[in-house]
Design a binder for this molecule. Structure first.
Ligand SMILES: Cc1cc2nc3c(=O)[nH]c(=O)nc-3n(C[C@H](O)[C@H](O)[C@H](O)COP(=O)(O)OP(=O)(O)OC[C@H]3O[C@@H](n4cnc5c(N)ncnc54)[C@H](O)[C@@H]3O)c2cc1C
Length: 445
């Protein structure tokens, strides 16, 4: 056993990504506030180090563009957390704009109503108003086919490792210990609860465990004796048996630029997301059709770049119910984007904005991949999975969800009554509240 690893602890958090560290930090603050404990009662264990998972390599987009309305309050709380210390978290509150075609107008109207109902301020533009709104920000925006746009004013993006460092600092400020290089390898069970963690550095007795292991969640799910498939009942009366975890690999990359990426007002533009479900992507110069629909997002590359550039991506690719988790991220050669992705994103960006026409030679050729574990309905699960094990499984949505840890901490210290988390319980699958399909080609909405 290392000198660092205590023999017992009240709260053990497994995983030092956004959810593990946000939970630990907020739990420390809640305990202090209530006078029932402090950060000294909490330990965060990471098999590698803070930010070794998806949190450290995310694109960093912070937005609330979700057709799943139950997520809107989660993002409202999350922006509050981002704004707690935007400097240390690297948060750039530039806003977020999403636009689409006529077929999505009704979805955008619902989204706009729901976002504003929880004080997540956004403006909606339809038809010619949408097109002029976009060209006022980006004069070279080619808006053909666009019929709707939403502007989330309080969204933005963050530097991913800046956020990791900021969260780790918050934990330390409140006396939470983060131990790197400690892998949880197995669990001791007693009366259906976890009594101790077997780690690569020894055994630690625990009262409460937070399972915040990102893409590795399936491995721990199995260790805890949980089923690999789940019966899902839907609100329309339908049902299906689904794999508990499905892995997807993300397609992201960076494009160098010679001039700063600026809006007409000379400021850093909002994060941009465009889904044109009926518009093919045509390569500039060759006329080659790369896909029959367009889906792309991008923003300033910020901390990711060695020189000026933008960073973005498109719809991830499904791997299936099994995936090779280690090495993770950029180090795993099996899950990097193919050259076709570079062709696609450069063509899509050039199709939308004059400044990116012919930008393919400027694509930065380096590994950019990472995988995520998605739930049966592609929506997060935040819930107890054993009487003393709380799981944050964000279905690969959650760099932006800095506020989940705040809500989880309230739930633990305040006695299990946080309304915002209720829709994300495991009970939804049996109770006919499995989330359904949405009007998009992407599993993230
Ligand atoms: C390429 C990419 C881009 C993304 N872009 C965005 C984006 O722009 N916006 C957004 O909101 N979301 C984005 N996401 C999703 C988001 O990054 C994740 O949903 C989120 O970061 C997951 O956080 P986490 O805390 O659950 O897990 P992670 O950040 O993966 O952290 C889990 C930690 O657990 C540790 N661990 C695993 N097993 C063990 C063990 N047995 N013992 C101890 N420690 C262990 C790991 O080392 C890791 O550090 C992206 C994801 C990827 C992969």
């Amino acid at each position: 056993m290392t000198n660092d690893l205590p023999s017992s602890i009240t709260y053990a958090v497994i995983g030092a990504g956004v959810h593990g560290m946000s939970t630990a930090w907020h739990l420390a603050m809640e305990l202090e506030k209530k006078g029932t404990g402090s950060g000294a009662d909490i330990i965060v264990l990471d098999k590698t180090a803070p930010g070794a998972g998806a949190t450290g390599i995310a694109c960093g987009c912070v937005r609330n563009f979700y057709m799943t309305e139950e997520l809107h309050p989660i993002l409202r709380h999350s922006v509050d957390v981002w704004m707690h210390d935007p400097v240390n978290f690297g948060f750039q509150q530039v806003g977020y704009i999403s636009c689409g075609e006529t077929n999505q107008i009704a979805d955008y109207e619902n989204l706009h109503r729901s976002q504003n109902a929880v004080d997540y301020h956004s403006d909606l533009y339809v038809g010619a108003d949408a097109r002029s709104f976009l060209t006022n920000i980006w004069p070279d925006f080619k808006t053909d086919g666009i019929d709707v746009a939403i502007h989330e004013k309080i969204s933005g993006y963050a530097g991913t490792m800046q956020f990791v460092r900021g969260l780790a600092e918050k934990c330390r400020q409140h006396g939470v210990r983060i131990l790197s290089g400690v892998e949880v390898e197995n669990y001791d069970m007693a009366d259906g609860t976890v009594s101790a963690l077997h780690t690569s550095q020894g055994v630690i007795k625990v009262d409460t465990v937070f399972l915040c292991v990102g893409a590795w969640v399936g491995k721990h799910w199995n260790l805890l004796g949980k089923p690999t498939a789940l019966d899902c009942a839907y609100p329309d009366g339908g049902s299906a048996t689904k794999d508990m975890w499905t892995y997807w690999r993300l397609l992201e990359g960076e494009v160098y630029i010679d001039e700063p990426y600026r809006a007409a007002n000379d400021l850093d533009p909002p994060v941009l997301h465009v889904e044109l479900m009926n518009t093919p992507v045509i390569e500039h110069g060759t006329g080659r059709e790369l896909d029959d629909h367009l889906y792309v997002y991008w923003k300033n590359g910020a901390e990711r770049m060695d020189r000026m550039g933008v960073q973005g991506g498109t719809i991830p690719v499904m791997i299936g119910p099994e995936a090779k988790l280690d090495p993770y991220g950029h180090d795993n050669k099996d899950y990097q984007a193919e050259p076709e992705f570079a062709d696609y994103i450069c063509a899509a960006m050039g199709q939308l904005m004059g400044r990116f026409e012919g930008c393919r030679p400027n694509f930065r050729d380096r590994p950019n991949g990472g995988i995520g574990a998605f739930t049966p309905d592609n929506v997060p699960i935040f819930d107890w999975i054993l009487p003393n094990v709380y799981m944050c499984a964000d279905s690969n949505h959650g760099f932006k969800m800095a506020g989940v840890g705040k809500l989880v901490a309230r739930q633990i210290v305040g006695g299990n009554d946080v309304a915002e988390l209720k829709p994300f319980g495991m009970d939804r699958f049996a109770a006919g509240r499995t989330f359904g399909a949405s009007n998009s080609h992407c599993p993230w909405v």
